[in-house]
Structure formats: C-alpha cells, structure tokens
Ligand binder design. Structure first.
Ligand code: AHR
Length: 658
C-alpha cells in the first residue's frame, strides 16, 4: 500500500472507531425475575497478610503473653528480667518478672515493637492493661510510648505510672493519651524502685475501637467493612482452616472464653511462601469466633463459619492420606461442628449457648449457614464430608450446608467435586477462582450453563490476578466488575460471592491483590473494593432480563467488550442497570427500559480511569473512586431510553425510578 492510501485507511479506521455503532440494549422492567439474595455480595476474612493480629484486631502488643516459641519475640528486655511459666492462665502459662537491676542507676524493663511498629493517633487514648502481682510489696511500673529512633531530646512522648499492690494476680489498667500520630512507636515498660513485679498478658488497645468494645476491632478497618454493606461474612478462611498439618488447623473452641487463656496457634502463612517469610506470624486468637459472630452482627452480615473437615491442606500433603484424620476417628471434628451451631444458636441453658451468654451475648446469633472444608477435593473429602452432612442434617435440619468444589475453577476435580456435592445434597457449593484477565473476560456466561436443580453457588474466593502483574491495578478490578454481571444475571443460582483475600498490611503481606490495605495508622480501599461496594449497594431485590440482539450482554463476539446486567429494587421502585465497557474505545449505548415511559432522570455512579496500571495507595487513597452524577433519559416512542456514551474501560451504574 502506498503512503497516501495507508494514511487514508488509518484515518478511516480512526473515524469508524469514533463513530462506533450504537449498542441497543433492552431491559424488561415489567417482569421481576429471580430474587437477589441478601447474602449475594459479602466479605471473606482470613488471617493472612496480618489480617487479624496486626490488622483488624485492635491489639497493639505482639506476643502479649510470652507464648511465642521464642518467648521474647517482639520484645527487647533489659536489666533483671526472668521468664516464668506458672502463671494464672493454664493455656498461656508464661509471664515475666521484673526485678531490681542491682543499682539505683540501672534499669529493668521491656520494650514491645508491635506489628511493624505500634500505631498511635494524635489525641486518641490507649488502654494499657496487664495482669500483675507484687510479691514483696507495692511495685511501680512506668509505661511509655516511645520513638526509639528520634533525633529529638526525648524518646518517650507519653507516659503513665501504675502501682501494683497485691501479692495475688489482678488485672490493672491505665490510659495513655498520645500527643502525636506515629506509625512506628514502641511500648516501653520500666520497673521503678526495688520491689519486683510479675507481668502477664501485657496489652495496649485503642479506647476508640469499632463499637467501643474492649477486645475490639481497629475502627477504620471495621468501618470499611461495614461501609461495603456486606450480606455475608465468611470466616476464618481459607487454608488457615486446614493448617499445613492438623496440629495448627483452626480450632474454634480455642478462640472463645477469656482472651488471656486462648492458646497461641502458629499461623500457617508464616512459612507458606518462603519468598515472603514472616517468622513472627502467629494467631493470638484474640479475634476469635465470638468476635466474628459479633462483628457479623455489627456490620449487618450473615455469619458464615467454615470448619475443618478432618483434613490438612491438600496442597501441602498431596496424596498422603495419613495427613488427615482417619475416617473412623472423625467424631470429635463432627462434634466441634455441632457444638459450634449450639454456640451460635443454642439457648442459654445449653452447654455452648451458656458459654456465648457468659461472653456477653445471651441472644442467639441466628446462624443459618455452615461450610465444611475449604479447598478440598477427591474421595478423601467426599467420604469425610458425607459424615458431616449426615450429622448436621440429623441434628440441625434447617442449617444450610456449604461444601466445596476445590481450588480449581473448572476441570476434573472441580467436576467430581460438584457431582459429589450434588449427591450429598448440600445447599451451596463454594467455588474458588483466582484467574487472569483472559479468564474473567471469557467467563461472562459461566453460570448460564449450571444445573438449576442442584446446589446453589457460593463464589467464595475470587479475584482477577493480572498476568505478571499481581497487584490491585485498575484494569483487573474492571474485569471483576464485568464478570460480576454474570453473578447478578444468574442470581437464581448464585447466592453468595466474596472477593478474596480481604485485608493486607502493607509491610506484612503474603498474597495480593487484596481488598483493603493498611499500615498502622492509615488504610486505603482498592479499586476492587469499590467494585464490590458498587454491586453490594446496588444489588436490588430481583433480576431483570437485559439483552442486546436477544442475547445476554457478556463480552461475547460482536458485543465490543460490553458486559451488562440489570436488577430492580422493588422496595424503592428503582431500576438499576450496570454496564461495563472493557473496550479501549468508547461505546455508544441506547438502553430501552420497557415498562417505563416518558422522560426521566437517571442517577449514575461511574468508575473510570485512563491508566490501566493505576491503583489507590496509602498516599493517594482516593485516586480512583466511583463518581456520582446524573443524566436525562429520553422519552422514546415506546419507552424511556438511556442514551449514553460509555468511556473506554469504564463501569457505570444507572438508577431510574419506575
Ligand atoms: O485467599 C488466599 C488463599 O487462597 C486461601 O487461603 C485459600 O483458600 C486459597 O487457596
């Protein structure tokens, strides 16, 4: 082709692109279809990436009970400090004794480094508590917040004094107000005077936790969870349910009762990835099952506990059946499951309901769902699961049981998993898919093909993992939005979906992308968070049929990268249309709202960005956030029409009152 012709051809194709054909879409607002479950868009919690200790859980002291295998991990000691192990808490027996250093100018004490530092905020109060006794008469300690690395005159910037005055163990408390914000403070304790003092369960919490609970959650993180308006909260994982061996599986009974006596557990994410190794990653279980149920209630989400099925992580044990509990020894695991249901729902005269009441919640938590097994597959799982199903059905026929199809989004194990779960008649199947861009773009009709007579779907863990770019950049979040139109379109069978993982400390992560990131004093919500929130806050009550040329709009050939779905909110009479343009060109659309007539105003919510690699960060937490707007809908010949041009790589929601 000569140069002139080439220039003409390029100009023509550019012109064609800018005059892209209008995509005519039809929404039938006259017939409300399947109910969108209240549980549809939820949250998945796992203690990975320092999500519990060092994250959501408000505790600021690491290794507060000296139970880590290296007893002083997280602590510096100086002077005359002795570790002892006959403390008042049976399952956490260690404590320290601070004795006279031998000279009035010498010092005895401890410094705790927190989780990547201790985060304190200017003007906020912190509650220091400790179990203590003074065997030889009143002993005094000084408690300080310090900046050990300052070039200023003083390291300490807040101090409190505490007198310990009994020979028996007692809980003491003193409050400290921080005059500054510091992401990396430390907690220092000095012994004052000659009398020794014994200290156990040394704790520092913000007073201002979420809902002001003493053993509470970090307020900003918990608020971000509430702000997503989640329908369900799945906990406590993830692979953490299984453990790399059964020894460190998650055992809910160890996580309830007084926090001082909850035994420590090794967090399997400490060593799962050698390239991101965190030797100080343990589970204090301060955020335990009672707190999870309470958090679910606080944020308006149905609680969804996941329990171990008698199996250790299959990834880490391959085909070794010896890693799992023998089938004829499963009873204690099944009993744990039945007891959990009693803990959540039993009245206060029952053994476990009474324990819940003693923890401050006499009313039942109204548990409706229980999942058994995380990413399990094959006969090892099917045989064990059947026993759980039989036992739960026999005792609690109303509880909905969730099984798993394993870690793959499709393939042999996935198919066998679904077949087994159907045979066992579980209520929902938990599917997981961490997949690349191409999978998300080509799976727009995934759930259309599902058997309507079998169990429902719980998309329990999913996220778009960019090929070679596994972080929270804009492009992958947009593809998640596109894929989610299929969840919505198939709400008759998809009853729950939870993006994963949920939380990550910027200095302590093992896995990304994640929904919410934080350091010790700040957080940011990823673009994926906003995608989830846009769906959750606009989930409507019923699905509406929405098509283009009679076909679902799911990025199919000829649909120019458009994905769309629609719902109606019957309570407010609002039609909600979601359109995602995954094309790098803008796309004109004309959306007929059959059943609505005349001119209308549509409220819009738009998520857009021109830089596909861009992401929100701690320094720019609101770089990419949804923008609210409006547009006028036209009175078409037959019905109201939304005429719009959707920018490249954009997610837009339209809301029109009927
Ligand atoms: O979300 C991180 C991990 O991914 C979960 O623990 C596990 O279930 C999945 O493999």
């Amino acid at each position: 082709m000569n140069k002139k012709l080439l220039t003409c051809a390029l100009a023509l194709s550019a012109a064609m692109a800018s005059f892209a054909q209008t995509h005519v879409m039809d929404v039938n607002t006259k017939k409300a279809g399947a109910t969108v479950q209240n549980t549809m868009y939820g949250l998945f919690f796992e203690d990975i990436n320092y999500a519990a200790d060092g994250g959501l859980y408000g505790e600021l002291v690491k290794n507060r009970s000296f139970e880590f295998p290296q007893s002083f991990m997280g602590w510096q000691t100086f002077g005359n400090v002795t570790l002892k192990n006959d403390g008042p808490f049976e399952r956490c027996p260690h404590y320290v004794e601070l004795g006279y250093a031998g000279h009035s100018e010498r010092r005895t004490g401890l410094v705790n480094e927190g989780y990547f530092g201790i985060g304190v905020i200017k003007g906020e109060e912190y509650r220091f508590t400790v179990w203590a006794k003074a065997p030889k008469g009143t002993a005094r300690i000084r408690v300080q917040l310090i900046d050990a690395n300052t070039m200023g005159e003083r390291q300490d910037f807040a101090t409190a004094k505490l007198d310990v005055n009994g020979t028996e163990w007692k809980k003491y408390e003193v409050r400290i107000k921080s005059p500054r914000t510091d992401n990396k403070a430390s907690l220092r304790i000095f012994l004052d005077g000659k009398n020794p003092v014994a200290l156990e369960h040394i704790s520092l919490f913000p007073v201002n936790t979420f809902k002001n609970r003493e053993n509470g959650m970090r307020r900003d993180i918990a608020q971000a969870l509430a702000d997503m308006h989640p329908g369900v909260l799945r906990f406590p994982g993830g692979c953490i349910v299984e453990g790399e061996c059964l020894d460190n599986r998650y055992q809910w009974k160890n996580t309830i009762g007084p926090v001082e006596n909850r035994p420590l557990n090794r967090n399997r994410w400490e060593f799962t990835f050698e390239h991101r190794y965190y030797p100080d990653y343990f589970q204090s279980y301060g955020l335990g099952f009672f707190e999870f149920f309470q958090l679910s209630e606080d944020i308006g989400a149905e609680p969804l506990p996941v329990l171990n099925v008698g199996m250790a992580c299959q990834y880490q044990n391959r085909n070794n059946e010896k890693a799992h509990v023998p089938v004829d020894e499963l009873d204690p695991y099944i009993q744990d499951c039945l007891d959990l249901i009693e803990f959540a729902n039993g009245d206060t005269t029952t053994t476990w309901g009474k324990k819940r009441a003693e923890m401050g919640h006499p009313a039942p938590f109204n548990l409706k769902f229980i999942a058994v097994g995380n990413e399990q597959w094959g006969d090892f799982y099917f045989v064990r699961m059947q026993k759980f199903v039989d036992a739960i059905r026999a005792k609690y026929p109303k509880i909905q049981i969730i099984g798993t199809s394993g870690p793959d989004s499709e393939g042999k194990n996935f198919d066998l998993g679904w077949e087994a779960m159907k045979r066992q008649k579980v209520d929902l199947v938990d599917e997981h898919f961490y997949r690349p861009e191409s999978w998300f773009l080509t799976s727009g009709l995934r759930y259309e093909k599902y058997d309507r007579k079998g169990p429902k779907v719980f998309a329990g863990e999913y996220a778009c993992h960019g090929k070679g770019k596994k972080w929270n950049h804009y492009e992958t979040s947009l593809y998640e939005a596109a894929f989610m139109t299929d969840l919505e379109r198939n709400a008759d069978i998809v009853h729950m979906a939870t993006y994963a993982p949920m939380l990550a400390h910027v200095e302590g992560w093992q896995w990304r992308p994640d929904l919410i990131w934080y350091d010790n004093v700040r957080l940011f919500k990823s673009v994926s968070y906003y995608v989830q929130q846009m769906y959750a806050m606009n989930k409507g009550t019923n699905v509406l049929t929405m098509t283009m040329d009679g076909q679902p709009i799911a990025g199919q050939e000829g649909q120019d990268g458009l994905f769309a779905s629609s719902v109606i909110d019957k309570t407010s009479g609002t039609v909600i249309v979601k359109v995602i343009n995954t094309n790098k060109q803008k796309q004109p659309v004309s959306i007929n709202l059959s059943g609505i007539k005349g001119e209308r105003k549509a409220e819009t919510i738009t998520l857009t960005c021109t830089d596909m690699m861009a992401e929100n960060t701690l320094d720019e937490p609101e770089k990419i956030v949804p923008q609210e707007g409006s547009l006028n809908c036209e009175a078409g010949k037959k019905n109201t029409v939304i005429n719009d041009e959707i920018a490249p790589m954009t997610f837009r929601i339209y809301k029109v009152k009927k």
